[in-house]
Design a protein around this ligand. Sequence first.
Ligand SMILES: [Zn+2]
Length: 291
Amino acid sequence: MRLFDPHIHMTSRTTDDYQAMASAGIAAIVEPAFWVGQPRTHVGTFEDYFLSLLGWERFRALQFGIRHFATLALNPKEANNTELADGVLAMMPRYLEKDGVVAVGEIGYDDQTDAEDRYFRRQIELAREHALPVLIHTPHRDKVRGTERTLAVIREMGFPPELTLVDHNNEETLPLTLAAGCWAGHSIYPFTKMDEARMVTLVRRYGTERIIVNSAADWGVSDPLKVPKTAAAMRDAGVSEADIELVFWKNPVRFFAQSGRLDLEDAPKVDQRQLFEGNSVLRGQQPRVDS
Ligand SMILES: [Zn+2]
């Protein structure tokens, strides 16, 4: 079965990860633009980051047979530097037009400040102008209140819930997200937050409609194989193959296909002789070339 990891920050990961993900059945991923661990000080740094998500990172994924799509945004944390935030928003329309951009995200709340609220709303407007879905980060602190505020903003602005993926849900927030008509993402982390067993319980209780699972792997303690591991846990627990296929392939495909840019035709053929602007992922190794 083909698997989809619809939220993973591959910029922070290695080629070993790509290799292991492809071997475990991951055929497509979405990489949302995010916080890089320390505050950026120039709009140009965002621009180069967007370009790398759409250029080098997509190339790198394809070198291991994985299709790579991106969502672009000013992340919630950096919305609090308003001078920088204004510069990033001014640049975004140009990038939202590009191939491989399947949503505006991650947007939403971190500390739930006024500035975060302002740039969250402005980016929902950008999504509307560009006919794109939104991928929404929910805060780690005060999550229920942050999720309620998020859903209230979507409702107030009249943004279509079917174009809204609310991410990082847990037992407390999932019923709110589903009742609002939005898609519900779940990030499976090692040791904390949502894990495989809790995800199995949620699917048993709420079914599979609009349910999505991701690894949210990044530069922190995380695991890029959480999607195949959670699929395996569901299979072990007796969840049907049809339901597993919905959660781990068809649901993310349906959601992001609403962008009109989720090209999944013809499995990519790996040719590691290829270069991106003169650069290879290899370091003198024998290139893999699929016939
Ligand atoms: Zn993320």
